[in-house]
Design a protein around this ligand. Sequence first.
Ligand SMILES: C[S@@+](CC[C@H](N)C(=O)[O-])C[C@H]1O[C@@H](n2cnc3c(N)ncnc32)[C@H](O)[C@@H]1O
Length: 213
Amino acid sequence: MDLINELAENYAAAYTSPEEALLQRINDETYATHAQPHMLSGHVQGRVLSFFSKMIQPKYILEIGTFTGYSALCLAEGLRNDGELHTIELREEDAILSQKNFDSSIYKNKIYLHNGNALEILPKLNYKWDLVFIDADKDNYIHYYELVINQLNDNGIILADNVLFHGQVLEEKIKGKNALAIDAFNKHVAEDHRCEQVLLTVRDGLLLIKKKK
Ligand SMILES: C[S@@+](CC[C@H](N)C(=O)[O-])C[C@H]1O[C@@H](n2cnc3c(N)ncnc32)[C@H](O)[C@@H]1O
């Protein structure tokens, strides 16, 4: 289901700052060569990620689900000079591709790519996160959220992608496994008194979550 009117999407893209050449190249190469290019955040959502990161000026960023590296590079734009971005990717072929893309970037010395299952890698990453982007397997969103919320800095923010899951969460009786997992995640966060949240209807839905002090 296309949730957002295509004309509105095009208008938003026209009046959003352009992406830089490397991001444009990653986008084009991913669409030309990858079997699931739609997973890439893309221009407008990429600028949203960059904008939030520049507002937060994080020292430590965590991303779960690197894919070809597009969103990591957008998030890295807001890092402090001494900041680090840690990104986790399960599939070796995507990890290789994203590392190649990071190596072409001015942020290459600030990005640490971890190849493996996020559920196993996360407990080994001992950082206080300022900004977290959850964008991997939908079944595990609740696990990822519970693993990172206690490692979030006081002013830390979690962003979770695909929270509208192609509109499938709007069905009267949700059928898809991933849509059910996302709907359960949205309810889990809504019922969690530790945080406040806002669901933006950007692209496939972006949930902004802030831990209460
Ligand atoms: C939607 S894509 C990420 C897109 C990327 N963040 C972007 O915006 O360009 C999801 C990625 O998560 C990875 N993934 C799935 N399950 C994972 C897991 N358990 N641990 C780490 N990565 C996982 C997939 O291989 C895939 O590359």
